[in-house]
Each structure stands twice: as structure tokens, then as C-alpha cells.
Design a protein around this ligand. Structure first.
Ligand SMILES: *Cc1c(COP(=O)(O)O)cnc(C)c1O
Length: 387
């Protein structure tokens, strides 16, 4: 049996590799603390779980759902975008339900990318941007991202011959893994660039609700002319502690939404109706639960920054997301530092190099671990570094 060539070109999925190392240590009875994966440790808020419990008993939900998402769900998504960002969307043509935004990020490539084409991805970013391209037998061009430029992906340096074959430009701010945020001017420049070069702009907005120190993140669709070239992926995963539920939506440019919908019609049959009903409740109820999560993550962020400071590692306080992006000490690579921390301190951190070429020299610490464990992990790292 021979599998498709493109599978050989996929790097091992970052988190799968880390999980395997963890499992090996755990099987030796070692207590490993994971600051690796970005997966909220706090349960989904009770009112959302309760809505699901009721919706699951409705036999209408036991049948195939509307592939694009129920009318009510798409209406709720549009309403949420309107209340939160002042963005007007037609729920029928400019909103599409997703089975998690990861699915949308992968499948938008099926809708736009031909074999041999290029996808422009941040050189530090969510692995699915390039993984999705590889699955389409396409190439990824990594746009440089540098600390001195606020980790804003530098699309204006992409060579002309690459641009001529490029179809999609992916960005996402607040950014996983760097915690960077974008300025309105940056969004405007990205929109103008995609117009000029006939690219689809995909803004991956998984962390817009998790801001700190009063920071409130925008939608790219707030920017003038955005809808002519852009779609945004919004996910309920990190916002409402719903990673396991697999619910998100894409919104914006109707041509892109239609194309993505066509791909999905041929691949899946939509998300479970009961989950859509619970998601409506999440978006339409009080957002106090989200505010509480921001307080929690901000506290954890500060705990981590203080502890790192105490061991002589300085890093800037991120204004959003659930990550701290840390420059590693001299004399290590991302991988060798993560390896040392795992084998000696029994703490999992994610090597920055796993997010792309410019991630080298950094690690990512996730804040989705209870305070005590987070502190214990940093204490162990301190001990290891003092050796
Ligand atoms: C978590 C994450 C996603 C995926 O979210 P799902 O909706 O759970 O698939 C997408 N993009 C980024 C940058 C993320 O960190």
C-alpha cells in the first residue's frame, strides 16, 4: 500500500511529538507538568453545558444538520460580530459554521489552492497554515516575523515570483504563539496588499476575547474594504473553554465563504445541531464568564513573568492570548532548551522552532495550567537552570 506523497512532506504534528515524550516519562512514574498545549483547564461554563443538555434531547437535533450551520446559529454569529465589533454580516452568505476553526483553516486551502501554488504563512504560526498547504500539494512561503517589528508578519518582503503563484495570506492577531497584537495600520496594509496581489486574506482570530490590562482586540472586518478580500475565523474554543466541542465560524467575503461551504458540503455534513444551540447560548448570554477567564489568565501571566524575572529571564507581558513567548538563554536552541526542561525539570514547554523558522530561539509557555502547578513548574525550571 502506498500513501500519498504529500503525507511524507508533513512534519510530525508538533503536539503529537511532545505528547509521545511526555507519555514515555509518565510511564516511568515521573510527574510531568505540561505547559505545552493551549487547552483551557477550566470547564465550559455551566449555562452552556446546561443548554447542551437540553438540546441533546431534541429529536430534531438527531438528524443531519444544515451543512452551513443552522439559520439560528449563523444569525447568532452575525449578531455577535455586530455587538462585539460593529461588523455587519449577512448570515446567509457571509457566515459559515465550522467544526472548529482548525477545520476551516485546512479546508479554505482546498477551496483556493491548486497543486504547486503558494500559501503565505507567518514564519511563526499555527502549524495548520503550512500543513494544510502541504496536503494540497502546495508550497508554503514563510513571511518573516521579528521581535523588533512586534512579530507582525512581513508580507511586503515576499518576492514577486512567489506572489505570482500565491493564493492565500494567513495572519492571526492576537497571535499564537507570540502573544503579539496587530495595529489597525497593519491590518489596513495587509488588506491593501491582498487587493493589489489578488490574494485571499485569512485572519485567524481565535484569541480576540482574551485580552489583558484593558486591551480589547479588533476584528479585521472592522477595517474599511476588508470584506472585499478577507475572511475571519472565530472560534468558541479558547473563548468559552470549549475546545472539545469543535465549534467555530468563518465570516466575511461571500465568495470565499461560498467556496469554503462547497468544499465542506463534499466533506462533512455540518456540526451537531445541539452543539450549535449551545454555542448560540454562549454567544448570546452574559459574557461575564469570558471576563473572568481574562482575569485568571492575566494573573497567571503575571505569576509566570515574575518567576521568569527571578531567574533572570525577561520577557514582555503579552496583551492577549493564553501564552507567554520567552526568549531562551544563550547557548541553547529551542529544541535543546525544551528537551533539557523536560528531562531535568519534568516540565513541558513548546519549542518555538515547532511554529516555523523564526520561532527558533524561543519557547512558548501556555497559561492553561492551575496556578499551583504553574508556579511549581517555574520553580523546577529555576532549579534546573541553577545547576
Ligand atoms: C486553538 C487555535 C485554533 C483552533 O481552534 P479550534 O476552533 O479549536 O479548531 C486556530 N488558530 C489558532 C491560532 C489557535 O491557537
Amino acid at each position: 500500500m502506498k500513501t500519498a506523497r504529500n503525507l511524507d512532506h508533513l512534519p510530525p504534528y508538533l503536539f503529537a511529538q511532545i505528547d509521545a515524550k511526555r507519555d514515555a516519562l509518565v510511564s516511568q512514574g515521573i510527574d510531568v507538568i505540561s505547559l505545552g498545549i493551549g487547552d483551557p483547564d477550566i470547564p465550559t461554563p455551566e449555562h452552556i453545558v446546561e443548554a447542551m443538555a437540553q438540546a441533546i434531547r431534541n429529536p430534531a437535533n438527531h438528524r443531519y444538520p444544515d451543512y452551513a450551520g443552522s439559520k439560528d446559529y449563523r444569525q447568532a454569529c452575525a449578531g455577535w460580530m455586530q455587538r462585539r465589533f460593529g461588523v455587519e454580516l449577512d448570515p446567509a452568505t457571509e457566515v459559515l459554521a465550522l467544526i472548529g476553526s482548525k477545520e476551516g483553516i485546512a479546508h479554505i486551502q482546498t477551496a483556493f489552492v491548486n497543486p504547486g501554488d503558494y500559501v503565505l504563512a507567518p514564519s511563526i504560526g499555527y502549524p495548520v497554515y503550512s500543513g494544510g498547504a502541504t496536503l494540497m500539494h502546495a508550497q508554503t512561503y514563510f513571511m518573516p516575523m521579528r521581535a523588533e517589528n512586534g512579530f507582525l508578519a512581513e508580507f511586503d518582503t515576499v518576492p514577486g515570483e512567489i506572489l505570482a503563484q500565491a493564493k492565500i495570506l494567513f495572519i492571526g492577531y492576537p497571535n499564537n504563539p507570540t502573544g503579539a497584537i496587530a495595529t489597525p495600520e497593519y491590518f489596513d496594509a495587509a488588506i491593501a496588499f491582498c487587493k493589489e496581489h489578488d490574494l485571499l486574506l485569512v485572519h485567524d482570530n481565535a484569541y480576540s476575547e482574551l485580552g489583558f490590562d484593558g486591551y480589547v482586540a479588533p476584528s479585521i472586518l472592522e477595517r474599511p474594504g476588508a470584506k472585499e478580500v478577507a475572511i475571519e475565523m472565530f472560534s468558541l474554543s479558547k473563548t468559552y473553554n470549549m475546545t472539545g466541542w469543535r465549534i467555530a465560524f468563518a465570516c466575511g467575503n461571500p465568495t470565499a465563504i461560498k467556496a469554503l461551504g462547497t468544499v465542506k458540503n463534499n466533506l462533512d455534513s455540518g456540526q451537531f445541531g445541539a452543539i450549535q444551540e449551545a454555542a448560540i447560548v454562549a454567544m448570546e448570554s452574559s459574557q461575564d464568564c469570558v471576563a473572568q477567564m481574562c482575569v485568571l489568565y492575566q494573573r497567571r501571566r503575571d505569576l509566570v513573568l515574575d518567576a521568569l524575572h527571578a531567574i533572570g529571564i525577561e520577557c514582555e507581558a503579552p496583551k492577549a492570548t493564553i501564552y507567554v513567548w520567552v526568549k531562551i538563554p544563550e547557548g541553547y536552541t529551542s529544541a535543546s532548551f525544551a528537551e533539557k526542561v523536560l528531562t531535568e525539570a519534568h516540565v513541558i514547554v513548546t519549542p518555538g522552532s515547532g511554529y516555523g523558522p523564526d520561532g527558533e530561539g524561543f519557547i512558548r509557555i501556555s497559561l492553561t495550567t492551575p496556578d499551583e502547578l504553574l508556579l511549581e513548574a517555574v520553580r523546577r525550571i529555576k532549579e534546573t537552570m541553577a545547576k
